[in-house]
Design a protein around this ligand. Structure first.
Ligand code: BT5
Length: 325
């Protein structure tokens, strides 16, 4: 009913009396009042005037199911949105939902994660209402070893979605970081459930720092869209931009089942290429020259002995020689 009251308020330009809302929606006056209060608690700026009634002044930075659904123009992605005010990790929730047969394209969004995850057991700082913490459930007909290609596609969509909405220029640090002016604004975590010969489902988690003012100590290489753009952004429009961009590419990927179509675009965004990098694995650290992105999405490097090697995402971190990028 809260959603219906909200929809009704949104459809009105002028004040609307509690009585009229009550009769149009078939609820009691007390019910109207209760739902208006709930909406105010969620952050909607609703004016109440004696004798005139209610008016929705502004819709703040809200990423609930109804706010996101009402603006995204997609066919599959985000048709089912699960919103949580607070959650451990949207990736973990998406995996649980996928196990319970949630449809392809289901998107989990949270205002705050208390155990947000990076790769290899690292943490992802996800404070309340300042960023986009979301995960998509995908079921492409690909081999398990191809799953990391979706990380690359997601990186492209994040860059394009952000630039469309904010005008900010992003680059990609292979494989899963999106950076602006050399600082990390977004991380992507792709997880999957698969058999040897096929994927059951893939969860692509995207974390974007949107209106973060200050980062905790230790995250000096992080930035947010508002730090870079000098203003606050509505998270739901960034979500819209990213999901719409991703769906367009994902539909092509699903039929072609390889990233050939996207490779040049990815390389154009990728700052890792044509520079010396430090490769950090569990066992060792060494420097190499980043030469190319292969057709399967792996990084082609030239090692100190002058030999070409292929690096697969997941098991490594790649850093510039003089800092994070
Ligand atoms: C990543 O891992 O960059 C993947 C991050 C994915 C987060 C999303 S949020 C929605 C979904 N649900 C989840 O639980 N996760 C996904 P990695 O490349 O391993 O980088 C992790 C490192 O990034 C940490 O060790 C920190 O150094 C740094 N970091 C942590 N929080 C950050 C933040 N908010 N912004 C920038 N850097 C951060």
């Amino acid at each position: 009913m809260k959603e219906k009251v909200l929809e009704f308020l949104k459809s009105q330009k002028e004040y609307i009396s509690g009585e009229e809302i009550s009769s149009k929606l078939g609820i009691t006056r007390a019910g109207v009042w209760k739902n208006i209060n709930k909406l105010k608690e969620e952050g909607y700026n609703i004016e109440s005037m004696t004798r005139k009634g209610y008016r929705l002044k502004t819709t703040p930075d809200i990423v609930t199911k109804s706010e996101v659904s009402s603006i995204i123009q997609t066919k599959v992605l985000g048709k089912d949105i699960r919103y949580y005010e607070q959650i451990n990790s949207t990736n973990d929730m998406a995996k649980t939902l996928a196990r319970e047969n949630a449809a392809e394209g289901t998107v989990v969004i949270a205002d705050r994660q208390i155990a947000g995850k990076g790769r290899l057991g690292k943490n992802w700082d996800s404070p309340g209402k300042t960023g986009i913490w979301m995960s998509m459930i995908l079921k492409p007909d690909i081999l398990p070893m191809q799953a990391s290609q979706l990380t690359l596609l997601a990186g492209l969509s994040v860059c394009e979605g952000i630039s469309r909405v904010t005008g900010l220029e992003c680059r990609i640090k292979w494989p899963n970081d999106v950076v602006i002016n050399g600082k990390k604004v977004c991380g992507i975590l792709t997880e999957m459930n698969a058999e040897l010969d096929g994927v059951n489902y893939i969860v692509v988690g995207i974390g974007i720092n949107v209106n973060t003012k200050d980062f905790p100590e230790g995250l000096s290489h992080a930035t947010s869209l508002s730090q870079e753009g000098g203003k606050q952004y509505m998270r739901r429009y960034i979500i819209k931009g990213v999901l719409e961009a991703f769906e367009k590419d994902y539909m092509i990927y699903k039929t072609q089942r390889n990233i050939g179509h996207f490779l040049q675009r990815y390389k154009d965004y990728c700052i890792t290429l044509n520079s010396d990098v430090k490769i950090i694995t569990h066992q060792e650290e060494y420097t190499a020259y980043a030469k190319d992105i292969a057709k399967d999405g792996s990084l082609v490097i030239i090692n100190a002995e002058g030999q070409e090697e292929t690096i697969f995402s997941g098991e490594v971190s790649v850093r510039g020689l003089y800092g994070y990028i």
